[in-house]
Design a protein around this ligand. Structure first.
Ligand SMILES: Nc1ncnc2c1ncn2[C@@H]1O[C@H](COP(=O)(O)OP(=O)(O)OP(=O)(O)O)[C@@H](O)[C@H]1O
Ligand SMILES: [Mg+2]
Length: 252
């Protein structure tokens, strides 16, 4: 599925601002793995996801996605296979385009021909069926401009767009952190449903321990550019939130 080996990233090397962000990170995600990544601020979590997505270039290391070596593949090419969500709900959708137009764009992502970019009438029922899963009534607002939606509605739409053509991998970087608690719960539920339906391998960065324990099947804890603790499915099931919090604070 996804296997990364000995990833190294140093920002501003050989300067006074030198920062080792990834210091030899290795891990393998199996089919259906939903892995939470925890760790204090500056631990290297976002850099890890960014290097897998191709936004940050590695100094060294190797990344395989479904046996395809993507280590040096351009970011826009990887985007065909990798769905991404960030903390900011304003990212990932085009505000001046309608819900339908945004979904049309996302749907054409996996297709080869640029001619297929036009929205087909026959695709609309599928889009509506997918939108209905969000339980926000967006299936009845296809012609609404996305810029008029709330942050939570917009993040839900971004999530749908990222999974409309089933990606080989989903990367979530604190994607519910900017939402109010109730909306965050809703988005997390929908995220889980979409991931489970298609068995999408997922890496999710979160500071929410409860969320990590409830939804993911494995846990990684990062500190100073390294994975310092891995909890497999069995360990994850038995660890209590307070024990995990202690582990977390031991890093401070
Ligand atoms: N583009 C960049 N240029 C220079 N330094 C960077 C850059 N991006 C990250 N860093 C540094 O790399 C280290 C890891 O940052 P990263 O954003 O990966 O941490 P994080 O674990 O995602 O933290 P947070 O929980 O705050 O989001 C930090 O010391 C950060 O300052
Ligand atoms: Mg981060």
């Amino acid at each position: 599925m996804l296997k990364f080996t000995d990833l190294h990233v140093t920002f501003h090397p050989n300067t006074i601002n030198e920062r080792i962000a990834l210091d030899g990170v290795s891990y393998e995600l199996k089919q259906g793995d939903f892995v939470s990544v925890l760790g204090t601020n500056g631990a290297g979590k976002s850099t890890l996801l960014n290097s897998i997505a191709g936004t940050v270039e590695l100094d060294s290391g190797n990344i395989l996605l479904d046996d395809m070596d993507i280590t040096w593949m351009k970011e826009y090419k990887r985007a065909k296979y990798i769905g991404r969500l960030f903390q900011d709900p304003m990212k990932g959708t085009a505000p001046n385009m309608t819900i339908l137009e945004n979904l049309g764009l996302a749907y054409s992502r996996g297709k080869r021909s640029t001619l297929s970019k036009a929205i087909k009438k026959s695709d609309i029922p599928y889009f509506q069926k997918q939108l209905a899963k969000l339980q926000l009534g967006l299936e009845n607002r296809l012609d609404t401009k996305v810029g008029l939606l709330s942050g939570g509605q917009r993040q839900a739409l971004t999530l749908l767009m990222a999974t409309l053509v089933t990606p080989k991998l989903l990367l979530l970087d604190e994607h519910t952190a900017a939402l109010d608690p109730k909306t965050a719960d809703t988005i997390m539920e929908v995220t889980n449903t979409l991931i489970q339906e298609e068995q999408i391998p997922t890496l999710m960065i979160t500071h929410n321990i409860k969320q990590a324990l409830q939804y993911s099947n494995k846990l990684l804890i990062m500190n100073e550019g390294r994975i310092v603790r891995e909890l497999n499915q069995e360990e994850k099931k038995t660890i209590r939130a307070d024990a995990l919090l202690e582990l977390y604070h031991a890093l401070d």
